[in-house]
Write a protein that binds this ligand. Structure first.
Ligand code: BG6
Length: 476
């Protein structure tokens, strides 16, 4: 008997700004992410500490062409179908549909592009899973109202949601309101198009913006159901359990606290109210957002149907041993865990941590989970015969899938699907590089933007195809 649901959604994931390109085609307006450069200033811009307006004139912006899915979508979806994908998680670019974010009517060319993508997916019985907002916002809204700092952003977002819910009614059922909503606190411009002014209380700005996103998410959930009761709306968090570095009670408390803070957004989205620890924390720091009674009502009445999350690694925290080195891990600070290996980019590799994280989320929310990102960024080598042997990627994914199946089969976690990140190579969000590759399909393009954009299936392509065909029984 298969251990995963018969209708388990195997597939892959991407985001508009990391694959589409065509940044001004079909009437699209500039997005926040179109002005994030590769290179020395990337981090400062992503953190909201440097305005894109101060960048050197010769800056290179990798999202503008990305891997040109805009023109290759038919070929790319054919490759998904060849692997047997049941689902494709992708995001829509807000500025493709509302170029400035203030128009009364959506841009028909933008809607038509996504309609063609969705129809192509449905032709192969691939379920579209749509992220409404994955690290982008119309740049006009950034420049005029300061993006999510402003309450006005909520209405702009809901107008955008109405346009896509209406147009894709009956075709798209799974929606995610915001990608990695907790990223807002860590990379404000990347996560929520927020950059800071001199003298602003940054934490206050961020928690107010978080409140606006949370209300927008709840209003979108309400609207999705009104337009089509069959819609399933999920939240999406950058997950990864914090472990305590030692069994000293202070370390255990520290890990518990960090876990809670990471759950903050989805506690609101899933349980419908601000948790006590968050209210206390914000009060203590004098950063409690302005919120209306109507906001609290809308949050309460419109919780999400499922919990979407990305998982790349667990995290480690401690209060005692100040000597321990830190390592990178999807932006979240973490100590080096001596029991774990690390990727070339320093991200720790912890398959068991996926099972632990799934259980933590399921215990906490008792709602179906959806792993909408997981994967290994690695520098692949194309051999002289043109093949790419990415055994390390197969190994990473195999070990994570094994633990994912244990969480379902042994622990009873309800899991909708698994869409590994960057099923085809794409632009790295953190570094803007191309050489940090996640795909089953190689894309011929280098860090400087040079290459033919040719798609080449890697060894992992055939492996994943077998995994899907056997519903996870054959991990070869
Ligand atoms: C997640 C994001 O944080 O991690 C993706 O949702 C991102 O957009 C992915 O690409 C992997 O991170 P990176 O920095 O390796 O691209």
């Amino acid at each position: 008997m298969a251990r995963l649901r018969d209708d388990f959604l195997w597939g892959g994931a991407t985001a508009a700004n990391q694959v589409e390109g065509g940044y001004l085609e079909g009437g699209k307006g500039l997005s926040s992410v179109d002005v994030i450069p590769k290179g020395d200033y990337r981090k400062a811009v992503m953190r909201g500490e440097m305005s894109y307006k101060d960048l050197p004139a010769d800056s290179y912006y990798p999202a503008r062409e990305a891997v040109d899915f805009y023109h290759h979508y038919k070929e790319d979806i054919k490759l998904m179908a060849e692997m047997g994908f049941k689902a494709y998680r992708f995001s829509m670019s807000w500025a493709r549909i509302f170029p400035k974010g203030i128009e009364k009517e959506p841009n028909e060319d933008g809607l038509r592009f996504y309609e063609k993508v969705i129809d192509e997916l449905l032709k192969y019985q691939i379920e579209p899973v749509v992220t409404i907002c994955h690290f982008d916002a119309p740049l006009y809204l950034v420049d005029t109202i300061g993006s999510w700092k402003s309450r006005k952003m909520i209405d702009a977002y809901v107008t955008y949601c109405k346009a896509i819910f209406t147009r894709f009614k009956g075709k798209v059922k799974y929606w995610l309101t915001f990608n990695e909503i907790n990223m807002l606190l860590h990379l404000p411009f990347m996560g929520a198009a927020i950059s800071f002014e001199e003298g602003e209380n940054r934490e206050k700005v961020l928690y107010q913006a978080a409140h606006h996103e949370l209300v927008a998410s709840a209003r979108a959930t309400k609207l999705a159901k009104e337009i089509d009761p069959a819609n399933q709306v999920g939240c999406m968090i950058a997950a990864g359990q914090y472990y305590a570095q030692t069994c000293h009670p202070n370390d255990v408390l520290d890990a518990a606290d960090k876990n809670r803070k990471n759950f903050f957004f989805i506690d609101v989205q899933s349980r419908g109210q601000y948790p006590a620890y968050a209210l206390k924390f914000m009060e203590r720091k004098g950063i409690t957002p302005e919120m209306t009674d109507e906001d609290l009502q809308v949050l309460k009445e419109n919780t999400v149907d499922f919990i979407g999350f990305s998982y790349y690694s667990s995290r480690l925290t401690g209060t005692l041993n100040q000597e321990t080195e830190e390592t990178s891990g999807n932006v979240f600070p973490t100590l080096k865990n001596p029991y774990l290996e690390r990727s070339e980019w320093g991200w720790q590799i912890d398959p068991v941590g996926l099972r632990i994280t799934m259980n933590a989320l399921y215990d906490r929310y008792q709602k179906p989970l959806f792993i909408v990102e997981n994967g290994l960024g690695a520098n692949d080598e194309v051999k002289t015969d043109g093949s790419i042997d990415d055994d390390y990627r197969i190994d990473y994914l195999r070990r994570h899938i094994e633990e994912m199946i244990k969480a379902v089969d042994l622990d009873g976690v309800d899991l909708i699907g698994y869409t590994p990140w960057g099923w085809m190579d794409l632009v790295s969000a953190s570094t803007g590089e191309m050489k940090k590759r996640y795909g089953f399909v190689y894309v011929d393009k280098d860090n400087d933007g040079q290459g033919s954009l040719k798609r080449i299936p890697k060894k992992s392509f055939a492996w994943y195809k077998k995994v899907i065909a056997s519903n996870g029984e054959n991990l070869g």
